[in-house]
Structures are given as structure tokens and as C-alpha cells.
Design a protein around this ligand. Structure first.
Ligand code: ZN
Length: 386
């Protein structure tokens, strides 16, 4: 099954009109976190943006872009950002807000210069982020030569292992065999593969989202991923997600759903194979709504999630599980509620509403034939677990 969706590309490009560009005002972004008393730093530098974003991009992502960032701007952005990174970090993640190994986003000569700058930093390990289809033996070898073997982890965006959801709900073009090849290639080079997995896919119910996240995590581990980086959805301006949010057919997942996913991963947490990321919007750009509980318990929940994230100690998840709050009852009731429409019907209905919001009803009628096989693919590929 091919995962291109030209229909969603058109809608997404329209939703992105008049987007703001973070890079017009910020020279770089950094984020620091403390895990087991070690500092983990992240540095995002300026580029012209993710290649996939240019076609339309994922329904829920706005990883920013630049209007005309020169190759020198990219290198300068990294050089300046590195001056703010504390000495002696355990790990430094360097990211172009897209794919480090995509030569269209980060030209080869720029990538080499950036890794040469990183070679002078004293961070013990270096991590990068890149799409599966950009990972090659040659790029790994070249990077390790410059960094003297310090590239230790590669984050790869999977979001979900369900191809139907990737195509019709996320609009991400991905070949699962390429994911598996990347896991193998990284393993052969002693580099940790980290799969980014998403919680909060549009059109799915809260319960379906929990099930899908768990099943994608299972898929990743059984196909060779070393660790999972778990991301709950934030709603970002100028995305399909924002329009669905305004139409009141999509919202960020409850933090209780994230906690429920973690509760079911006891063994994997015990084996240090789960990272959680972006469970708050701290440091994020263009966010209009984030995973939440309620005003009574939110600060307590975040305090314990922070402790969990800093220690990987499953006891904090048990503590969270024991919290009693009215919002948790509401969340639980929502999980039990059955949707009157099946997923296929919800997606069609959502596409119609998106089309009317961004264009008009005729636009939907005119373009929908591009999705002629959608129902067949739904029946063949998508079976929801009970
Ligand atoms: Zn609450």
C-alpha cells in the first residue's frame, strides 16, 4: 500500500497558508533536561524546512520552516546555539526540525561542517533526528568519521505502524520496510535506534489512540527498534489539526491516556526502553492546545511525570495511576463511549468538513475521486482490535 495522499496534501498546503515562520525571529532553539542527574541537551537549527512539509506535510505537525535560509545561516545557527549548551552534557541532540540526513534540507557540505562543529563540543554522545529513507551506510560512516564514533542515537519518525492511519489520518509517506532496514543498519553500527511514536491521531477516539500507540510500540520493538520516544499530540497553528480542532472533531489527548499507555509498558520502562517527550508545551512553537487533565490536578500530574521522565522509575507511574480526580472519571467515561460512526465514516466526514472550511463543498466533490480506493484499503488494512 502506497501512503501518498494528494488529497490531504492539497488541504494541508491550504491550511499552511499565512503560517508564521519561527525562524524569522529566532536564531536557534535549545532545550535542556535532566535524566538521572545527567544533562541532555537539544539544539534545533535554522533550515528551509522539512521536505515532506513542502508537499503538505503531516496533519498534526508544524516543525517550522524558513523563507530563504542560506547554507551559511544554517552553520551559523548551529555555531551560535552551541555557545549556549552547558559543558559536559551526557547527550546532545542536533536537529534541523526535519531530517539531518536529507541532503535537500541539510546539504552535504553543511552537514559536514555542522558535525565538525559538534566534534569540538564536549558532549559525551551525539544524537540526530532523520527520516528512515535518508539513513544510509555512507552517511553513518561519514558522520562517525567526523565525530570519532560519538553518534550514538538516531531518532526516526514512525508516528504509527498502521499504514492506513499514516495515509488517511496523518498524511505521512512511509515505507515500513525502510524503517526495519534503518533499525538493522543502525544496530550493525552500534547506534541506538529510537522510534518516535505518536499519541493522538486525528479521527481516532481516545481509546483507539491508546490501542494504536501500544500496538505501534509493539511493532517497533518486534522489528528491531531499541527504544521508543513517545509524543502526545499538541495542536499547532496552520495545520489540518488546527482546523479539525476548530471544527470540534479533534483535540489533544488527555494526559491520562499517556499515563495509561505508560502503565501498560511496565516491562519496557523497567528495561529503560521508553522515553517521553513533549508532554508539556514548554519550548514548543505555535501551540494552541496541549495534553491536559484539569486545573485541580494538572500541576501535580506534571510534577510526577517530570520525576518519571528524569528517573524512568515505574513507581511514579503507579503514583499517577492512584491519583483520584473528577477529570479522571470523565476521561474514563469517554473511553467507554462508543462512537456512532466507524473510523472510515469519521474520516470521510472530517474530509468533507475540512474541504468546506478551507475551500467549499464543490471542491470536495471535485477532488474526492482521488481517494477512490480508500474504502477497499480500509477493509483490507484496517482492523480495529476490540
Ligand atoms: Zn483533574
Amino acid at each position: 500500500m502506497k501512503t501518498e495522499n494528494p488529497f490531504l496534501d492539497l488541504l494541508a498546503r491550504k491550511a499552511r497558508k499565512n503560517r508564521e515562520s519561527y525562524w524569522d525571529v529566532e536564531p536557534f532553539v535549545t532545550r535542556l533536561s535532566n535524566i538521572n542527574n545527567n544533562i541532555y541537551a537539544s539544539l534545533w537549527f535554522k533550515t528551509n524546512g522539512c521536505s515532506h512539509d513542502k508537499r503538505g506535510g503531516c496533519t498534526i505537525c508544524d516543525y517550522s520552516n524558513g523563507i530563504s535560509i542560506s547554507t551559511q545561516d544554517m552553520v551559523d545557527s548551529v555555531a551560535l546555539g552551541l555557545t549556549t549548551i552547558p559543558k559536559g552534557c551526557e547527550e546532545l541532540l542536533i536537529s534541523p526540525s526535519g531530517s539531518m540526513f536529507d541532503s535537500k534540507e541539510v546539504p552535504d557540505s553543511v552537514r559536514q561542517k555542522i558535525f565538525s562543529l559538534l566534534d569540538k563540543s564536549d558532549s559525551r554522545k551525539i544524537a540526530i533526528e532523520t527520516r528512515a529513507d535518508t539513513i544510509t551506510y555512507d552517511k553513518i560512516k561519514e558522520t562517525q568519521n567526523i565525530l570519532k564514533g560519538r553518534l550514538s542515537k538516531v531518532y526516526i519518525g514512525l508516528e504509527t505502524s498502521n499504514l492506513w492511519l499514516l495515509k488517511y489520518c496523518i498524511n505521512k509517506n512511509l515505507d515500513l520496510n525502510q524503517m526495519i532496514n534503518s533499525y538493522n543498519l543502525l544496530q550493525a553500527n552500534n547506534i541506538i535506534s529510537a522510534s518516535n511514536i505518536f499519541l493522538g491521531i486525528p479521527f481516532l477516539s481516545e481509546k483507539e489512540n491508546i490501542q494504536e500507540t501500544l500496538s505501534s510500540i509493539k511493532w517497533s520493538f518486534s522489528n528491531g527498534s531499541d527504544i521508543i520516544s513517545l509524543f502526545p499530540a499538541h495542536i499547532k497553528k496552520a495545520t489540518i489539526g488546527e482546523v479539525l480542532f476548530k471544527l470540534e472533531i479533534y483535540s489533544s489527548p488527555s494526559l491520562w491516556s499517556l499515563i495509561e499507555v505508560l502503565r501498560q509498558l511496565e516491562q519496557e520502562i523497567y528495561e529503560n526502553k521508553i522515553e517521553i517527550n513533549w508532554y508539556t508545551s514548554m519550548g514548543a512553537y505555535n501551540v494552541i492546545s496541549s495534553p491536559y487533565t484539569c486545573s485541580k490536578c494538572y500541576s501535580k500530574v506534571i510534577e510526577i511525570l517530570d520525576k518519571f521522565s528524569q528517573s524512568n522509575d515505574f513507581n511514579y507511574i503507579l503514583m499517577l495511576d492512584e491519583i483520584k480526580c473528577e477529570c479522571k472519571n470523565i476521561w474514563r467515561d469517554k473511553l467507554e463511549k462508543n462512537n456512532s460512526l466507524n473510523l472510515y465514516e469519521r474520516v470521510i466526514n472530517g474530509y468533507q468538513q475540512l474541504s468546506e472550511y478551507l475551500f467549499n463543498r464543490n471542491w470536495f466533490d471535485f477532488h474526492f475521486d482521488r481517494l477512490i480506493n480508500m474504502k477497499i484499503e480500509y477493509d483490507i488494512n484496517y482492523t480495529m482490535k476490540p
